[in-house]
Design a protein around this ligand. Structure first.
Ligand code: SF4
Ligand code: SF4
Length: 160
């Protein structure tokens, strides 16, 4: 796909996510906004060809990270922030699921208490739809597969 096609794809994805969040209320009150406490050394991993108006840094393995100072214009937050703390995982047949992103298990109370919490089903529907769009593109599918295996590894480590 061309850069223009990717831009269109992410515009569509951001529209699908809209203002949905895992809870209908601001979960930042539960944890003091723990997932927004990054610094200039850390950042949110950008999806393949995802652009950002936030500053971008390149990590040790060449990954592109959007960096913020703990506050942002919500309209400019990257996809990783919009779907956090869940992720559209894929299985070996390319089927998309929405699972807790166990890489954030220590950080986000929503993961630890996921059994007791009433989430907004519209959020999950949107993340799944987004996952299906991403899985149609080779580079994005590869990215979903890579993160899925990282999440699985964290799951094994955490004994889940
Ligand atoms: S760490 Fe989890 S509970 Fe806290 S603001 Fe982020 S998503 Fe919400
Ligand atoms: S970009 Fe915004 S939503 Fe994402 S971590 Fe930074 S402050 Fe939080």
């Amino acid at each position: 796909m061309s850069d223009k096609d990717y831009r269109k794809m992410y515009d569509k994805i951001f529209k699908i996510m809209g203002d949905y969040t895992p809870l209908r209320v601001d979960c930042g009150q539960l944890c003091g906004g723990a997932c927004c406490k990054g610094d200039s050394e850390t950042g949110m991993l950008l999806f393949p060809h995802e652009e950002s108006e936030l500053p971008i840094t390149v990590g040790a393995s060449g990954e592109r990270l959007a960096v913020c100072n703990g506050t942002c214009d919500r309209a400019k937050r990257p996809l990783a922030c919009r779907i956090f703390p869940f992720f559209p995982t894929v299985d070996e047949n390319g089927k998309v699921f929405v699972e807790p992103d166990l890489r954030a298990a220590r950080l986000c109370p929503l993961i630890e208490h996921s059994e007791e919490i009433e989430f907004d089903p519209k959020f999950f529907k949107a993340v799944k739809k987004v996952g299906k769009i991403l899985a149609k593109d080779d580079a994005c599918k590869e990215f979903l597969e890579k993160i899925t295996s990282e999440i699985d590894m964290f799951g094994e480590f955490l004994g889940e």
